[in-house]
Design a protein around this ligand. Structure first.
Ligand code: TPP
Ligand code: MG
Length: 336
């Protein structure tokens, strides 16, 4: 392919962008493998796996401007949290419930990503509540005449919630600078998408007066392209958009779920063959940005970083028990 006509060039992405995107995808994958192993060792009580969603999350997150835009993610968004400014150590501090966990200082369940200094708004456990928070923040950005854009992410199961429809309706009416990304991995725990959505997720946008796009969520460049169009639209004052990214989770819903009871092995294997990481590696090879040796080197480097930072988090301090009521009640109540 002649230089200048590559897909990424057409999207305005440079070599440094692609290499960083690839590194984030690898980092998320190794964090996932490490946290899964720690769960099986009994060291991490609850894990929400991300494997399979890396392209959807890194591609969509890359369309936002860090430091200005606001991220309202959901629990599966480990790769997105990394792009938005979490380090692997931060991920593991949350997993172990340690004092320096940026999301909650070890108070919340793991995977409730949040950090004020990185514009990541922590979500509540009820699904799709973050979409309403995001709509409210987008309204405030509009009222303040800021050109910041708000992004919110959820699964296709989340789109059955009233909160999601409320956010869509409000964002459509008020033309809010909001992008709603749906990571459609075909399942809401054990419930297949065919029992969740009769039409299509992206088709729901029409009823709320906004554009709805759908694309291959295992292709990081497509995830970026669709989300970037939506972000540009929002920043130009043209209102909200919905982006549906088709993907699949490789592991069970959480470490407390057994997906063998509702997913056929063949189906899982079929989707694993579309793994977003080797697919992106194939693209990077095709534009001669990396070769096999560089892939191995980057994989080794990333894995070492993740292992080291996971170990540092494991050794870190737990919160002081006397701080248990901090930020929970306005004033600490002494109980005799
Ligand atoms: C309001 C509400 N109902 C039910 C649950 C239990 N629950 C947690 S995750 C989940 C499935 C969500 O699936 P989806 O939105 O497709 O996201 P995925 O986990 O597949 O990424 C459910 C039903 C919840 N947390 N909140
Ligand atoms: Mg789902």
């Amino acid at each position: 392919m002649a230089k200048g006509t590559d897909r990424h060039t057409e999207l305005g992405l440079k070599e440094e962008d692609l290499i960083e995107m690839y590194r984030f995808m690898l980092t998320a994958r190794y964090c996932d493998e490490r946290q899964w192993g720690l769960n099986r060792q009994g060291k991490a009580p609850f894990v929400v796996p991300v494997s399979g969603h890396e392209a959807a999350q890194v591609g969509s997150a890359w369309a936002f401007e860090r430091g200005k835009d606001v991220f309202c993610p959901y629990y599966r968004d480990l790769a997105l949290a990394l792009v938005a400014g979490f380090t692997p150590k931060d991920v593991f501090l949350g997993l172990f419930g340690k004092k320096d966990d940026p999301s909650s200082g070890g108070r919340q369940m793991p995977a409730h990503w949040g950090a004020k200094d990185r514009n990541i708004i922590t979500g509540s456990s009820p699904i799709a509540t973050q979409c309403l928070h995001a709509a409210g923040i987008a309204l405030s950005k509009k009222l303040k005449r800021s050109d910041a854009v708000v992004g919110t992410w959820c699964g296709e199961g989340g789109t059955s919630e009233g909160d999601w429809h409320g956010a869509m309706n409000f964002a459509g009416i008020h033309k809010l600078p909001l992008v709603l990304v749906v990571e459609n991995n075909q399942y809401a725990i054990s419930v297949h998408v065919s029992k969740q959505v009769a039409g299509s997720v992206h088709g729901r946008a029409q009823g709320y007066g906004m554009p709805g796009a759908v694309g291959d969520g295992n292709d990081v460049l497509e995830a970026y392209k669709l989300t970037k169009e939506a972000v540009d639209r929002a920043r130009a004052g043209e209102g909200a958009s919905l982006v549906e990214l088709l993907t699949y989770r490789h592991y069970s819903h959480t470490s407390d779920d057994d997906d063998r009871t509702y997913r056929k092995k063949e189906e899982v294997e079929e989707w694993k063959a579309k793994d977003p990481i080797p697919r992106f590696e194939a693209y990077l090879r095709s534009v001669e940005m990396i070769d096999d040796a560089r892939i191995q080197e980057m994989r080794d480097e990333t894995k070492t970083t993740v292992d080291e930072q996971a170990a540092q988090a494991e050794e870190a301090d737990f919160p002081d028990p006397t701080t248990a009521y901090d930020n929970v009640y306005a004033e600490r109540v002494e109980v005799r």
